[in-house]
Design a protein around this ligand. Structure first.
Ligand code: ADP
Ligand code: ASP
Ligand code: MG
Length: 417
């Protein structure tokens, strides 16, 4: 009997009715002879509510206690789903992250899974039960509750699949697969039957929240078959039909996919831009600025250094929005005394729009078409970053949706090719 992992997100678990539908879907797979592990998120809006609650008590919440609070949404979900399955006559048992043996490091609010001791879960599976596991959470070596970063239940799902050597991990969500771009921004976006692992990794890392980046990394490292599909369809559709629906994340080098110049567009408002005006244009300046920032474990993404004039230059970089204040403090305390910028400017009203495609490798001209398209919409590009399979631009945040739609159109992504 194959072990299958299902993961259901917030919208999928968003009401008692929806939880009952999840139970029907899981019961159907169980009846079809699979050993079922189900990883679930908190009901939609719940994690936001819990974090807001914590901030009412402590504006800058203590990270350990924030994880204690934020992880509770998932505990409610697992209990409710176990009950819904019992009502259907299916033997089920719920486990929180600790009980499921999920061990993480101690980086509260963004912990990484280090290992999973799946013995308890296996025992229950072998006893014929459906095992329900709380996503988004684990415990560190000292027993503290940790959470895996927003959207982390995807990673819990894939990690459980790895630990159990599951045949497949199915990520059920509120869209019926991975699209050429966020279908909520561009209704003409097209669902992809298959996407290469490499492209999915790039889209996720550039802001497509349909899968948390770490879940894709895990799937890639251990070659777990991964599929994104809808939880909002009729829960009684036949298992074999459902098993072939949605989008498959493929590890094969698919010749058909190679042809796609561009396969998707990602966008995010999760970064802010910091500029040090008038710093010395001398060797080592980038290191003097970014060294201390990196030493404080703040991720820097896009970087631009202007052409110097009269011995000085402007130096701009982006950091995660949530780390802006911390980055500014580092600059004020450790960088400014050395580099003496005339001014440190912060801009939180930015968005990053990225075009991704493995076909770009062999095509010049993608970047040009992006610049031409944005220019014709009157959108100014503030920063540009490229890699083999992506081009990212930073624009004013109010233009994000417009930029995505214009580029989606310009690259003909709506049409089937
Ligand atoms: P869940 O709660 O199930 O984890 P999320 O809200 O985290 O769901 O992720 C699903 C959402 O991801 C979709 O509703 C959609 O708006 C968004 N999304 C962003 N980019 C894409 C994309 N390329 N394809 C599909 N959905 C996308
Ligand atoms: N409930 C968590 C969040 O809202 C984890 C998840 O949904 O994947 O970020
Ligand atoms: Mg999610």
């Amino acid at each position: 009997m194959a072990i299958i992992v299902h993961k259901y997100g917030g919208t999928s678990m968003g009401s008692p009715e929806r939880i009952k539908n999840v139970a029907r879907r899981v019961a159907k797979w169980h009846r079809a002879g699979h050993q079922m592990v189900v990883v679930v998120s908190a009901m939609s809006g719940e994690t936001n509510r819990l974090i807001a609650l914590a901030k009412e008590i402590m504006p800058n919440p203590d990270p350990r206690e924030l994880d204690v609070v934020a992880s509770t949404g998932e505990q409610v979900s697992i209990g409710l789903l176990a009950m819904a399955l019992k009502v259907l006559g299916v033997e089920a048992v719920s486990f929180n992250g600790t009980q499921a043996g999920i061990l993480t490091d101690s980086a509260y609010t963004k912990a990484r899974i280090q290992s999973i001791d799946a013995d308890v879960v296996k025992r229950e599976l072998d006893a014929g039960k459906v095992v329900i596991v709380a996503g988004f959470q684990g415990r560190d070596a000292a027993g503290n509750v940790t959470t895996l970063g927003r959207g982390g239940s995807d990673t819990s799902g894939v990690a459980m699949a790895v630990a159990l050597k599951a045949a497949e991990c199915l990520i059920f969500t509120d869209v019926d697969g991975v699209y050429t771009t966020d279908p909520r921004i561009e209704p003409a976006a097209r669902r992809l039957d298959v996407i290469s692992f490499e492209e999915m990794l790039e889209l996720a890392s550039l802001g497509s929240k349909v899968l948390q980046i770490r879940s894709v990394e895990f799937a890639g490292k251990y070659h777990v078959p991964l599929r994104v599909l809808s939880s909002l369809t009729d829960p009684d559709i036949p298992v074999d039909v459902e098993a072939a629906s949605g989008t498959l994340i493929s590890f094969e080098e698919d010749p058909k996919m190679e042809k796609a110049l561009v396969s998707g567009i990602a966008c995010t408002r999760d970064e802010s831009k910091i500029t040090l005006v008038n710093v010395p244009d001398t060797p080592g300046i980038a290191y003097k600025i970014l060294g201390p920032v990196a030493a404080h474990n703040i991720d820097v993404d896009m970087i631009v250094q202007n052409v110097g004039a009269q011995g000085t230059t402007d130096f701009t970089f982006t950091v995660p929005k949530g780390e802006t204040e911390r980055a500014l403090k580092v600059i004020e305390e450790e960088v400014a005394p050395v580099c003496k910028p005339r001014e440190v400017a912060v801009d939180k009203a930015i968005a990053k729009v990225s075009i991704v495609g493995i076909g770009m490798r062999s095509h010049a001209g993608v970047a040009c078409r992006i610049f031409e398209t944005l220019a014709s919409e009157g959108i100014n590009i503030q920063m540009i970053g490229t890699s083999e399979i992506k081009v990212s631009v930073v624009v004013e945040d109010k233009y994000m949706e417009l930029a995505v739609r214009a580029l989606h159109q310009a690259f003909g992504l709506a049409q089937d090719d």
